[in-house]
Structures are given as structure tokens and as C-alpha cells.
Design a binder for this molecule. Structure first.
Ligand code: SF4
Length: 262
């Protein structure tokens, strides 16, 4: 979806009938809207994203994820599991690494990535997890919370995406500020207190060594509901920034789907 979102101006003007560019991008991705419904998309971009072009992109992602898989399946699983915060297990005589991404369990084997006992066919999930396993970052994770633009090479579309993701999450819980606690407790969120006061704050593991801090403020008589997202300043040692953006995108999409918001 970020591929589509990148082509939008990110101003959340609402002229397409959606509350935010991200909601619009999600509908384009699921073929409910055409990208040309945004009056601010250039003709070239509009023509370059019909379904066939998106399918070509999907093919390319699959090729890239297969290449990454070929590199990462030959590593030392036991050392890698310790480095990435996964669990090394030998299952039926086969070495595996068990790890969770956005609270969903995955199993990494010599044959690739598995989800629920079946091979994972989501190229983005595979690319993110393979990049994470391949990097084996070693920076300490210190709850030193920063926004995405803290990292020197953050692309502008990822910075813009952060604001849109925060708006989308705020909208998901604006009508049910009590529900946010129930929702993220189920997602293994740990309630946080910190120097900044907010109505709700929790820390979730996007991946074992990549925590995300979410702060939420309910609407009051002056301001609408709002949300802020932070990652640890070590995050770029564990994952490429573009993949980090896609990982947060997945988290927001999952949250929107689970809460019925779009
Ligand atoms: S997608 Fe385009 S029309 Fe819709 S909110 Fe974003 S900028 Fe405005």
C-alpha cells in the first residue's frame, strides 16, 4: 500500500471522499477505488498504477523475497535466534526459529518462512522478516523513543506516512477511547507510563527487538482524538527504514481491520 500512498500528496484534503490519503490508498489497493479518483495524482502516476502494473510490482517483490530467502536460509540458526530475540527450536529433527511479528507467530526454517504450519506467501512479510534476520542488529534497545524522521535517511513518503498512520489509529479509537486498552492488551501491548502524559500509552513489539510506543489522547471539547507513534532509536540497526515503514503500515492495517475502521 505504501507504493500507492507514495503517489498521493499526503495532505488528507478529503476531496476524494475519504478522510485521509491512507484510507484512500487502502481502497485503491483492494480495488475499491481507482488512483485517478484523487485529483492531485499526476497523469503519469495515474497511468502507471493500473492493476497490471501492481501485479508486475507483486512479481518483483516475490523475486526479491526469494533472493533474500536464498541468502538468509544458510545462516547459523542458533546464533541468529539469539541475536534477533527469536526462539531456536529443533522440531522433528529440523532447526527452526520461532518469532512473532505484530503479535503473529512465524516459523523460519531452512525451506523458508511458515505461518500456521503453511509456507508464507506474503512477499512483504517475508522481505521484512528476512531483512531483520539477515541484519542481526546489535544496538541496545533503550526505550529511547523517536519519530521516524529521527533517522537520517528516512524517505519523505515514510515521514508523511507516519502522520497519516497516526490519524488512522486516532480515528479507529475516537468513538471508543476505552476500547483501545482492550484492543492492545489482546495484541500483547504493555501499558506504559512516561514523561509525557496521555490518556493511554502502550508498548508493542513489532518484532522482538523493534518495540513501538503508541500514545493516544481521547477527544475533548477543544481537540479531536489524536495518536503519536514512536520507535526506539536503535530501530534502523535492526531493519531497513523502508521495511520499518511497511511494518508499521501492516500494524495500522491490521488494527483498522480488527476494529472495523477504514
Ligand atoms: S487521496 Fe487525494 S483527494 Fe484523497 S485525501 Fe489524499 S490528497 Fe485528498
Amino acid at each position: 500500500m505504501l507504493e500507492i500512498y507514495k503517489k498521493l500528496p499526503g495532505t488528507n484534503c478529503g476531496e476524494c471522499g475519504e478522510a485521509a490519503c491512507m484510507a484512500f490508498a487502502m481502497k485503491v489497493k483492494t480495488h475499491q477505488r481507482s488512483i485517478s479518483d484523487c485529483p492531485y495524482v499526476s497523469e503519469a502516476d495515474s497511468e502507471s498504477t493500473p492493476v497490471e502494473a501492481l501485479e508486475k510490482l507483486d512479481d518483483m517483490y516475490e523475486r526479491v523475497s526469494n533472493q533474500m530467502e536464498a541468502e538468509v536460509t544458510s545462516i547459523d540458526f542458533e546464533l541468529a535466534a539469539a541475536a534477533i530475540g527469536g526462539d531456536f527450536e529443533v522440531v522433528d529433527g529440523e532447526e527452526t526459529i520461532q518469532l512473532k511479528m505484530t503479535s503473529k507467530p512465524y516459523q523460519f526454517r531452512r525451506q523458508g518462512l511458515f505461518e500456521g504450519g503453511e509456507p508464507c506467501h506474503d512477499s512483504w512479510v517475508k522481505m521484512i522478516i528476512y531483512d531483520y534476520i539477515g541484519r542481526q542488529g546489535s544496538k541496545p534497545v533503550n526505550a529511547d523513543w523517536v519519530p521516524f524522521d529521527f533517522f537520517p535517511n528516512t524517505p519523505s513518503h515514510i515521514k508523511a506516512f507516519q502522520t497519516s498512520a497516526e490519524n488512522q489509529l486516532a480515528a479507529a479509537f475516537a468513538q471508543d477511547p476505552e476500547g483501545i486498552k482492550t484492543h492492545f492488551t489482546k495484541q500483547e501491548g504493555r501499558e506504559e507510563q512516561g514523561p509525557i502524559s496521555s490518556d493511554y500509552a502502550c508498548c508493542l513489539n513489532l518484532l522482538p527487538r523493534i518495540p513501538l510506543l503508541l500514545r493516544f489522547w481521547a477527544a475533548d471539547s477543544e481537540f479531536p482524538a489524536s495518536c503519536k507513534l514512536f520507535v526506539d532509536s536503535s530501530a534502523d540497526a535492526y531493519l531497513d527504514i523502508e521495511f520499518l515503514g511497511h511494518l508499521v503500515e501492516k500494524f495500522v492495517e491490521d488494527t483498522a481491520n480488527e476494529t472495523g475502521a477504514d
